[in-house]
Design a protein around this ligand. Structure first.
Ligand SMILES: Nc1nc2c(c(=O)[nH]1)N[C@H]1C(S)=C(S)[C@@H](COP(=O)(O)OP(=O)(O)OC[C@H]3O[C@@H](n4cnc5c(=O)[nH]c(N)nc54)[C@H](O)[C@@H]3O)O[C@H]1N2
Ligand SMILES: Nc1nc2c(c(=O)[nH]1)N[C@H]1C(S)=C(S)[C@@H](COP(=O)(O)OP(=O)(O)OC[C@H]3O[C@@H](n4cnc5c(=O)[nH]c(N)nc54)[C@H](O)[C@@H]3O)O[C@H]1N2
Ligand code: SF4
Ligand SMILES: [Mo]
Length: 674
């Protein structure tokens, strides 16, 4: 039997953006493997990647458009695509007539598929004119702001060069779970004698591989970095540092020397002076040092300060502009591209000038506050807010107000279950796309390798077909160029500049191999201008729960951390038995002494609760966890996010969502009243 091989790209919100070789026989995907031509992933996938054949043919995948009447009843009825488009188009037209514009219609989209053609959702909404538009990045804004404040723009060195570092300091990232390809480069460095340091409140899978593990109280990394800076200055280790092309060194130095007291650093961070001195010694004596600020560190109120302070430490140790050194976070190579779908011009409206933007960090609350006109129609794609967002009660309230909720997904998520209409999305093997990473610097193609599963369609195909229906019912309603094929959109991204940047002659080159961005990353920050961190004198760098939470919110004894886990991507992959053989349970890890005091034993059911609600979970005791912290996994149906409430005002729109700033208590389930 003949086997055809295609190039795909894993589209998940993950550092790897792995290039995949897909083996197809008789129109069926029979196997996937890593693409050896990809310089970063070097022919490997993670376990989730290798499970893609099960993901594609999983019987629980959505097959047809379905309509639920009434919403939340579980009474689903299969309908045709034409019926689905008619319901949606008639509602959009009716709302336009009722309110005089499309502002009552909006969408919420995040990170299910990061391919460039998935901006079809944005393009489709732009094409109907001003609407209600989500902005902001709940995952990474604080860190991106910090990197911009330090460098003036977003920069992150080539991660392959970490293999040549002699010291690797990982703050608040857990690559052994979240970025397994990076572990290869970390181990290569280690084999050559590099020292690895991990700073994390949890003894993670990465931390156990470190030479030095520093257990820090969440939210206090800025203080630790400044404490180290003080030691370096006191010991004249930074004397040969030349401020050169930097701004604010004197002010920073003065701040550190006058405002940072090492005894309070130890007290607030929970770290012994010996450990702080040891890290200072490593920074002072080993070069090049690669420093990595993880996304986990910026899910609290101090995230931005932490990353800026750490970047300053990197600069003062002379590690910015040397090969194999540098400050890692993530980059924005994607902004080199025209992003033709996302930037498809908004259709002009006679008097409404532009779309109404609401910030994703508080999407549901902001949407509930809209009244002129209220939000009545919501399109959800690549997103499951009921399991992944915070402030879930606001989502419940919003759903009550909406007249039509359409969710496009591959699986029946918790959010889909509360929707009126659910449309089956194609998997990445069933569509064409183009991908860049936010971590490495490779561009790769995603080829359509198989026909869509049952009646599934790509987000782009849905945009094209809905456009036709809208224009059939109301000519000219949408300006979306429905006639363009996926390859046309890919070619729009491959401008002469992009072809030059990635050494491409044409689209076809990408069918042969992923291409590397040729801009030189050898020297990470290349004598960049650098702005030293100078917190204003009033700023409070101590571990503080969000100032936007009440004292009562913070009165519960355990800080709730719920970072990512190895065999899942957020709420995805729960039903893949190759990865998760048992039905996914909510697990709470608790320090054994803290558990003993509460009469909680290994494996018993407990209630994790605060004033916002309670989640039933199975307890597991972890003697390495600090007494004041519990760790809970992210699950789809019984999501711990029900307990995460944190309203940031609009002025804080540049922040990530503070997923790790909430507090809870835990009690035995048999002691609860339920
Ligand atoms: N397998 C898998 N991989 C993934 C994902 C997934 O769901 N599964 N998700 C992807 C996405 S979207 C993201 S954003 C990334 C995130 O990946 P990472 O950057 O690794 O971030 P997290 O997993 O959120 O958290 C990393 C660590 O930060 C620690 N931490 C929490 N608060 C603090 C603090 O105040 N200071 C310090 N020093 N550490 C702290 C946590 O204990 C945790 O161990 O992973 C991506 N990769
Ligand atoms: N408690 C807690 N909550 C968190 C975090 C945490 O650390 N702790 N991390 C946060 C972070 S870092 C992130 S990035 C967010 C992630 O938040 P989301 O982006 O909402 O997370 P996912 O679970 O990945 O959900 C994406 C959905 O998109 C669907 N999908 C996949 N491909 C496609 C496609 O091609 N088209 C369409 N229409 N849908 C598709 C998937 O099936 C899935 O249901 O979660 C945040 N929530
Ligand atoms: S989940 Fe991440 S590491 Fe795994 S295959 Fe996809 S991009 Fe690669
Ligand atoms: Mo994320």
């Amino acid at each position: 039997m003949e086997t055809s091989i295609y190039r795909n790209t894993c589209p998940r919100n993950c550092f790897g953006t792995c290039s995949i070789l897909s083996y197809v026989e008789n129109g069926k995907l029979i196997k996937v493997s890593g693409d050896p031509k990809h310089g970063y992933t070097q022919g490997r996938l993670c376990a989730k990647g290798y499970a893609y054949t099960q993901y594609v043919y999983n019987p629980s995948r959505l097959k047809y458009p379905i309509l639920q009447m009434p919403r939340g009843s579980g009474n689903w009825q299969r309908i045709s695509w034409d019926q689905a488009y008619t319901i949606i188009a008639e509602k959009l037209l009716e709302l336009y007539n009722r309110y005089g514009s499309n502002l009552a219609a909006g969408y919420n989209k995040f990170s299910g598929n990061l391919g460039m053609l998935h901006y079809a959702v944005e393009g489709m909404f732009n094409s109907i004119g001003p609407h209600t538009k989500p902005i902001g990045n709940i995952c990474a804004s604080s860190g991106l702001q910090a990197v911009k404040a330090s460098f003036g723009h977003v920069v992150s060195p080539n991660p392959e060069h970490m293999a040549g570092a002699k010291l690797i300091v990982i703050w608040g990232a857990n690559p052994a779970a979240t970025n397994i390809h990076q572990m290869k480069f970390i181990f290569q460095a280690k084999q050559k004698g590099a020292k690895i340091v991990v700073i994390d409140p949890i003894l993670t899978e990465t931390a156990v591989k470190a030479d030095l593990y520093i257990q820090i109280k969440p939210g206090t990394d800025a203080l630790l970095a400044l404490g180290i800076a003080k030691l370096l200055i006191q010991r004249s280790c930074s004397e040969d540092f030349s401020p050169g092309n930097t701004v604010g060194w004197k002010k920073f130095k003065n701040y550190v020397m006058t405002r940072i007291a090492l005894d309070s650093v130890c007290r607030e961070t929970g770290i012994k002076l010996e450990a702080i001195e040891e890290l200072a010694r490593l920074y002072a004596t080993i070069k090049p040092a690669a420093t990595w600020s993880g996304l986990g560190m910026q899910r609290n109120e101090n995230g931005r300060d932490s990353i800026q302070a750490i970047n300053s430490l990197v600069a003062m140790t002379g590690n910015l502009d040397i090969p194999n050194g540098g400050a890692y976070f993530m980059h924005d190579d994607i902004d080199d591209f025209p992003l033709a779908l996302s930037n498809h011009p908004e259709k002009k409206h006679p008097y409404v000038e532009a779309s109404r933007c609401i910030n994703n960090i508080d999407f549901a609350l902001s949407a509930n506050n809209l009244d002129d006109p209220p939000l009545k129609f919501l399109w959800i794609a690549s997103r499951s807010p009921f399991s992944q967002d915070l402030n879930i009660k606001d989502w419940e309230e919003l759903f009550k107000r909406l007249e039509l909720i359409v969710t496009v997904d591959l699986y029946m998520t918790k959010t889909a279950k509360y929707s009126d209409l659910v449309l089956p999305a194609a998997s990445h093997f069933e569509e064409d796309d183009l991908h860049v990473s936010y971590w490495h610097h490779w561009l790769s193609i995603n080829q359509k390798a198989i026909s869509p599963y049952f009646e599934a369609k790509s987000d782009l195909q849905i945009a094209r077909e809905l456009t036709r229906k809208l224009n059939e019912l109301s000519p000219g309603f949408s300006t979306f160029p429905a006639e363009l094929e996926p390859v046309d959109w890919i070619n729009k991204e491959l401008t002469p500049d992009i072809k030059d940047l990635y050494s491409l002659n044409s689209y076809e080159d990408l069918l042969a191999a992923p291409h590397f961005r040729k801009k030189d990353y050898e020297v990470p920050a290349k004598k960049e201008r650098f702005y030293f961190y100078s917190p204003d004198l009033e700023s409070n760098l101590f571990s503080r729960p969000s100032e936007y939470q009440s004292d009562e919110d913070c009165s519960y004894p355990f800080r709730l951390l719920s970072p990512q886990s190895l065999l899942k991507i957020h709420s995805q992959y729960e039903s893949l038995t190759w990865l998760n053989p048992e039905p996914e349970e909510t697990i709470v890890e608790i320090n054994d002494e803290a558990a003993f005091e509460k009469g909680i034993k290994e494996g018993t059911f407990v209630s994790v609760y605060n004033k916002y609600g309670s989640v039933k979970a199975k307890a597991t005791l972890n003697p390495y966890l600090p007494i004041g912290i519990v760790r809970v996994n992210q699950t789809s149906d019984n999501s711990i996010n029900q307990l995460i409430v944190n309203h940031l005002p609009a002025v804080r729109s540049q922040s990530s969502s503070n997923f790790y700033d909430s507090h809870v208590d835990v009690m035995r389930w048999d002691e609860t009243y339920e």
